[in-house]
Design a protein around this ligand. Sequence first.
Ligand code: ZN
Length: 452
Amino acid sequence: MQYSGWGRLTRVRGSSYAGTAMPQTSQTPRDNVLLSADWVLPVSSAPVRKGGVLLEGGRIVAVGPAEILRHDMPRAVYRPLQGHTLMPGLVNAHTHLELTALKDRVPPADDFVSWILRLIAEKQTMNDGAIEASVQRGLEECLASGTTCLGEIANTRHSFRILRDAGVRGVIFYEILGRPAGDLPARIEALRTTIETLRAASGERLAIGVSPHSPYTLSPELFAHLAAYLHTERLPYTIHLAESRDEMDYFRHDRGALKERLFPAVGWDPVGHRAQAGSPLAQLDGLGLLTPRLLAVHGVHLTPREIARLQQAGASLAICPRSNETLRVGRAPIMDMLRAGIPVGLGTDSLASNRSLSLWDEMRFLRQCYQDSDTLAPTQILRMATLDGARALGLAAAIGSLEAGKKADLIAVGTPASCGEDPTEALIDETGPDALALAMVAGETLIDRIGI
Ligand SMILES: [Zn+2]
């Protein structure tokens, strides 16, 4: 596999401390490794100044003051990372890497439907090679900024192979949309075969799910068949939900730009497709799709009552603040979501509606938006980009924080000049594109800029 465009990154896949890409099955156990840094940010507990993380066989064995760990484990291979902070790898809960090449090709439009129509037109110009290159480039950008886990939406099969071979972790959601006539059970059978093939080939770091695109881009009949399949297979699924006012208008009033402009443009009979429920969330509820396996994306126009309903169902959310800003669809009611206790992950969405795939940029934007609020603390923002993102993807038992027993999915970034008692705020404010020093997944080093 060719990796072009890494710039000055050093990609060292294969030189894992654990010895293999899949440490759990390694036949040759290696020594423990102790990484130490100016700060360790476990996220699930308080920051540790002059902290250490002890690794073994691709997992975290202990987290604490480096001196104590060194004393307790004198035979561990010691790797001090002076000038750096160790923390969990970032979790980008919502990406479309296939669209990376569309940066600057889909300018923000005056309205949501115009943007979608432009996106569809541009996407149609991409052949297999272009899509593959796009996924590759997007993945490089994610990794280079410290993202080691993705909630990725895939229209094609390219992402599966590329993400697997790169060694990153994530859930890949195979996207379904359309209003097909004809034999729906046969279509679901074909999907079942596709998903089984992908699951068999995806490796242990990638889970496979399904993404019914949104409540308005699948016919009610297709949605009903798909919902039955998702229930039977107990697959994770993600759905764009309550993103734009146009979507709300369609479900509330059965009118508006979706019905009048989008549907005719893609050849869907606007007369034959009436909105089935009073809101997009009600549509999903009617299909029995409000479950703990749902990751709803955006939720800009969710009401407090709907947020409570999602919480009650055990569903999760991913928010994409910069994408929402670009498309001028409004701002998600983040504080209501957090107060409800829903796991809220952070996503960049694609470069068709964002300027970068860096979660540091996303965190910074969120901080600027909520600067006057004393409720959205920097620690909460970082949690959304790590542990809560992992919860939203159903992966929190394995990753998202530095804790004994979890997989060694971690990054090291340059420590900001002034940190006080907690470097989180300074990290969000100051971490730039060159700050990443190290990225590991399951103890395997994917990026090493400092030669550890
Ligand atoms: Zn999206």
